[in-house]
Design a binder for this molecule. Structure first.
Ligand SMILES: NC(=O)c1ccc[n+]([C@@H]2O[C@H](COP(=O)([O-])OP(=O)(O)OC[C@H]3O[C@@H](n4cnc5c(N)ncnc54)[C@H](OP(=O)(O)O)[C@@H]3O)[C@@H](O)[C@H]2O)c1
Length: 400
């Protein structure tokens, strides 16, 4: 039976305000925002002052509030708020991918011990309902892989570099002016945002809890217009992809740029859009596309969780609970493109096999295409500081 939802909201920024608006427009939801906890006492607010508090205990200890919605921008403070709410037996909705990915196991255990429920559809791929789809629709389906464009900012930048011939810095500046990228865009462009989402998706698709720190994550700041030209000449586009792929008893997870050909559904996912391709053993391939971020797309994903909480929906984590042999691993050969200025740089990359080499030493523009092991990539400590660009080549993953 549906209960009347009385919400205590943490955060009234981009997503918090989006939730407020979509909730007010929605029909059939018996839900009210009772109190909003924010941080900055000097900010002008667009709602009457009696909505707001600056003390988290006003929300967490309010017996009239039966749902905490956590939408703040600080992962450590969010973890404290969510932990306390779950311990008090309150249901929680959050969109904080960093907090959830970094504390996945603790949050899973808190729900089991205290019987409270945490939902987080808004944390991964914005308006694409990927978590509940994996959890409910694919609950008994064996999956081979989930691969996607999980970050709208980097997809916008890569689209502009390819379509308008502008360089990375100019495209990033445009993304910031349009509000897609943060003023500190590190989490987006270095791939961490996609990495957190990949860890959350891996848990629901395959039942494996993967720690973000263990995953190979390489972003797009090194991409050059020459790399984009090489991709175009081969009929491809460069996209930042998150890959979660099962090989026998191993689950590999990695985030890196990839050359994507036109046979791949993700090829057509441009600008700030996200796309997810799910490949099942029996269901074959399914493709999902939608806005990856923003006030209303994310607000609507949060609203969907608020609605689900009203009929006591909770994630069962069935795939994790099933006795299974699958564990996280990095023993996987990847076929990659490596562009480098100087031959001496190759010493960092223990290629197993090289298929193609291109030399233009007078322009400091050389590249090769070859197979390298994922663990060997993880072992390169200073990869981001090297004057190279590395990207996955299409559909040529193989176990050794
Ligand atoms: N923006 C997106 O498109 C998007 C998409 C998916 C997921 N998310 C996630 O959604 C969450 C919110 O993002 P956002 O873009 O809405 O952030 P935002 O616009 O920067 O707003 C953050 C809000 O959190 C409040 N806040 C910060 N620390 C607080 C604390 N300790 N206690 C109470 N309130 C606090 C701020 O208060 P003041 O108003 O007083 O400054 C502000 O209202 C993040 O976890 C983000 O990763 C965002």
């Amino acid at each position: 039976m549906r209960k009347i939802t009385r919400i205590g909201l943490f955060g009234f920024g981009c997503v918090g305000r989006g939730l407020y608006d979509v909730l007010n427009q929605s029909q059939g939801m018996e839900a009210d925002i009772v109190s909003i906890c924010v941080k900055d006492k000097n900010k002008t607010r667009s709602l009457p002052a009696d909505y707001f508090t600056y003390d988290k205990s006003d929300v967490l200890n309010n017996p009239n509030i039966n749902l905490v919605v956590e939408l703040i921008d600080n992962a450590d403070e969010a973890f404290e708020i969510v932990t306390e709410a779950l311990q008090k037996g309150k249901s929680v909705v959050s969109a904080n991918k960093k907090m959830i990915a970094e504390h996945f196991e603790e949050l899973y255990n808190l729900q089991r011990v205290f019987g409270s429920s945490l939902l987080y559809e808004g944390s991964s791929c914005g308006s694409i309902p990927i978590i509940r789809t994996l959890e409910e629709y694919y609950d008994n389906e064996l999956l081979n892989s989930v691969q996607g464009i999980f970050n709208g900012t980097t997809n916008y930048i890569l689209t502009k570099v390819a379509q308008e011939g502008i360089d990375y810095d100019t495209a990033l500046h445009q993304a910031q002016e349009l509000g897609f990228a943060e003023s500190d865009p590190t989490l987006d462009v270095q791939g961490y945002d996609a990495l957190y989402k990949a860890c959350i998706v891996a848990a629901h698709a395959f039942g494996v809890f993967v720690k973000p720190a263990d995953v190979f994550c390489y972003g797009i700041p090194a991409v050059g217009t020459e790399d984009v030209r090489i991709a175009r000449e081969r009929g491809m586009k460069i996209k930042l992809l998150a890959t979660i792929r099962k090989t026998e008893n191993q689950l590999a997870v990695f985030v890196m740029p990839a050359f994507v050909d036109s046979a791949n559904h993700l090829y057509k996912v441009d600008n700030e859009y996200n796309g997810v391709f799910v490949e099942g053993v029996y269901s074959d391939g399914q493709f999902f596309q939608g806005k990856g971020a923003g006030s209303y797309p994310t607000g609507s994903a949060v609203l969907s969780d608020v609605s689900a909480q009203s009929y006591n929906y909770r994630y069962e984590y069935k795939k994790h609970r099933l006795e299974q042999q699958l564990s996280y691993g990095t023993d996987l050969n990847l076929r990659v493109y490596l562009r480098y200025a100087d031959e001496s740089l190759l010493q960092h990359f223990p290629f197993r096999h090289v298929y193609e080499r291109h030399y233009e030493p007078d322009r400091n523009f050389n590249y090769l295409i070859g197979d390298i092991n994922l663990q060997d990539l993880l072992n390169i400590n200073n990869l981001r500081e090297l004057p190279v660009f590395i990207a996955l080549m299409p559909d040529v993953l193989s176990k050794i």
